[in-house]
Design a binder for this molecule. Sequence first.
Ligand SMILES: Nc1ncnc2c1ncn2[C@@H]1O[C@H](COP(=O)(O)OP(=O)(O)OP(=O)(O)O)[C@@H](O)[C@H]1O
Ligand SMILES: [Mg+2]
Length: 311
Amino acid sequence: MNFEQIHVVCVGNSTLDRVWLVDQLPVGGGKFRAHDYLELGGGMAANAAVAVARLGGAASYWGRNGNDTAGHTMREELSGYKVDVAQFRLVDGARSSVSAILVSNDGERSIVNFRGSDIPADASWLPVAEIAKVQAVHGDVRWVAGALAAYTAARELGVPTVLDGEIAEPEDYQVLLPLVDHAIFSEPGLRSFLGDAVNVGDELSPVLGLQRARDLGCRVAAVTRGAKGTVWLDDAGVHFQPAFPVEVVDTTGAGDVFHGAYACAIAAGCGVAQAMRMASAVAAMKCTRKGGRAGIPTLAEVESFLARLEP
Ligand SMILES: Nc1ncnc2c1ncn2[C@@H]1O[C@H](COP(=O)(O)OP(=O)(O)OP(=O)(O)O)[C@@H](O)[C@H]1O
Ligand SMILES: [Mg+2]
């Protein structure tokens, strides 16, 4: 595999986590001291773009946030990971999506999320003609207008498309799935697409759910199930990629990174099974380090990880 010649556009969500490390989670009001503090970028499409860049591909992040300190911090961090941020718009008057996260010594968390405000949905400014020069488009469900614009152009230009199927309104899926080649859901995302329609008892029936997604037009429908691995459905039937056993430290962003790696592999012309295997290895390796981005391996590291597993 070689990702030096590929370019992936990732359209959608970018967030900023402000993390306070405290001895104990506060109970009630008062003043508390943190022994450490971190600012970490996250968000599905933004994390996927970092994965593409880390694996050696060219990555462009297309999205928007507020023209505030959080927006500038996110843009600078992405840029530091060599993600092209020319189409990361910071909008005057809008406020960025940020989370306050308190983490105690025993790993418990309190998370307060502000989804941002006055961030315009309009996507007409995206330079969609540039998609002619890239090898894959990845999108998420947090900016449906953006994903729709990019997928529409990609379809006309014959560029493959990948969707991160996280929790969204069922209507959003009706709009996006007909334009997507590879729809990769999380379990909660697949449930949000289906409602209760295909639960067997309390259990989600992944294959029935994935069939519903394919009925709307995507060629490959998959669901990532954390340590339980990934199930996908294509013309040939049902397939399974186990998760790789690793010493898990932090699973934050595993799904986002899986998508970035998968889009990279598809952009490079890999088959679906090979792309699933590579993405699973990248996501598992990410889980061995703290944070959503720090543990993302280079391509050489993934290849040696996979080679060690082979007889
Ligand atoms: N504990 C784990 N051990 C090994 N691999 C894992 C583990 N958790 C996740 N992965 C890998 O990452 C992929 C995506 O994880 P998961 O299904 O949890 O994503 P998600 O629900 O979208 O989570 P998020 O969006 O928070 O990253 C899995 O299919 C698997 O390949
Ligand atoms: Mg996810």
